[in-house]
Write a protein that binds this ligand. Sequence first.
Ligand SMILES: NC(=O)c1ccc[n+]([C@@H]2O[C@H](COP(=O)([O-])OP(=O)(O)OC[C@H]3O[C@@H](n4cnc5c(N)ncnc54)[C@H](OP(=O)(O)O)[C@@H]3O)[C@@H](O)[C@H]2O)c1
Length: 247
Amino acid sequence: MRMPALLILIGVTLPGLGSPTASLASEDSILVFGGTGRLGAPIVRLLLQVGEDVTVFARKDSTKERLAGLKVDYVTGDLTDEKSVTAAFDSKHFRVVIDASAQRGESSKIPRFYETIAGFMVKHARRTGVKQLILHGSIGAGDNIKEVPFLKSYPQTPNMIDKGVAEKVIIGSGIPYTIIRNGLIPLDPQPPATEHAFLTTDLSTFGEVTRDDLAILTLDVMDNPARINKIYHAIDPTLKLRTGQAG
Ligand SMILES: NC(=O)c1ccc[n+]([C@@H]2O[C@H](COP(=O)([O-])OP(=O)(O)OC[C@H]3O[C@@H](n4cnc5c(N)ncnc54)[C@H](OP(=O)(O)O)[C@@H]3O)[C@@H](O)[C@H]2O)c1
C-alpha cells in the first residue's frame, strides 16, 4: 500500500517503504482540475514537494501565474467540453484526480456546471482506472444546508444545489472518492496555513479555513484508505468566523 502523502510531506518513513520521496514519482500521476486557481495552485505546489508527477488541466486563456516556475505538465481544455476532458484522462495514467475547480465569471452562466463536470470526471475516471477522486466542495451543498445550524437562515442558491447534485453523481459512481466540503474561505489576502485546520465527519460543522490549510488536508486524504468514500467538513477552530457571509 502507498504511504499517505502527508506522511511523506512531513518526512515520515514507514518500515519497509524506503525513503519518503523514493517511493514516489515512479508511480502513476495526479491530475488536477482547477490547478491554476487559488486553492488548486497550493495543492499543486505540495504535490510537487512530495515528488508527485502532476498534470494540470487548464483553459487556453488561463494565466497560470500561480504556477509560474513549477514543473507541471499541462493539458488544455474546458471542463464543460467532454472531448477535452477525455483527452486529459488519456494523456497519462492517473492514480488520483483532484477537483479544485470553481465556476466564476463566464462559466457561472452555465447551468448545472458542477453536475455536468462531475459526470464527465466519473465517466473517464472509471474508464481509465483512477484509484481516488478528491472533490473540493462546499459546506451547505445540497441537503447539507439543513444539517448546518449556522446556515439555517441562508437561502439555498442554484450553485449550492448544483454542488449537492455533483456530490451525488460522484458518490453513486463507484469510483473511490473523498469529498472535502470547504468552509468559509478568509477574505484575500488571507492568512497562510495555520496548520490547525482539521477534517471532521460531523456534517453539521461550519467555520473558516484557509486555502493553504485545505491544500495540506488534500494531501492528508490522498492515497489514505481511511479517507476513502467519506465526506468531510474542513474547518479551522483558530479562525474567528466572520458573520454575515456564508458559502
Ligand atoms: N472562494 C470561496 O470562498 C469558497 C468557499 C467555499 C468553497 N470553495 C470551493 O473551493 C474550490 C476552489 O475555489 P477557489 O477559490 O480556489 O477558486 P478559483 O481561484 O476561482 O479557481 C477556480 C479554478 O477553476 C478553474 N475553472 C473554472 N471554470 C473552468 C472550466 N470551465 N474549465 C476548466 N477550468 C475551470 C479556473 O481556471 P482558470 O485559471 O482558467 O480560471 C481555476 O483554476 C471550489 O470547489 C470552490 O467552490 C470556495
